[in-house]
Design a protein around this ligand. Sequence first.
Ligand code: FE
Length: 205
Amino acid sequence: MRLIRTALPRRVLLAAPALLTLPALAQVPRTPAQMEGPYYPRAIPADADADLLQVAGQPRPARGQPLLLEGVVRGPDGAALPGARIEIWQADHAGIYLHPGDSRLAQRDAGFQGFGRAVADGAGRYAFRTIRPGLYAGRTRHIHLRAASADGRLNLTSQIYFPNDPGNESDPLFRRMNAEARALLTARISPWDGGERAGFDIFLA
Ligand code: FE
């Protein structure tokens, strides 16, 4: 028995017990929901792809610090959810939304898409090219998110935060979360070509 086990690839030895251990399933986290807020687009823009840095027909890219937002969408059992649909919307570099309710709409960066959609690949992975969102009055830095499983049964509306942002502790939504919720809604920042990468996994339940 021992000889057979050691002959198996390490990957198999690690994966098999994990699938059989029921208590491990209870450890799968669930991404906390947060309010949608007033700025989900009233009309979805003609260009609503996953590259918010480039708007079709605009001669120049978005202003601001480029950000690669990416992660994996998982279900209640921890398994990846291929085909999951993700939407994000956020303020431009100056804190202005693509929404008629934003009083500064006229000054908005026309080179920034403001809203985008992605579909998770076969491994549940999604990615957006966007910018580090600018600040507007009353909130810390954040990106709004909606996600759903391919069959639409699992849904989430929430917001993504940035680690150590000076506005986090005074933000009306961020400050009332416990440490676990904060960790689940805060992106992991690392370097990326010409900007930064924000890792953010989504756990639907
Ligand atoms: Fe917002």
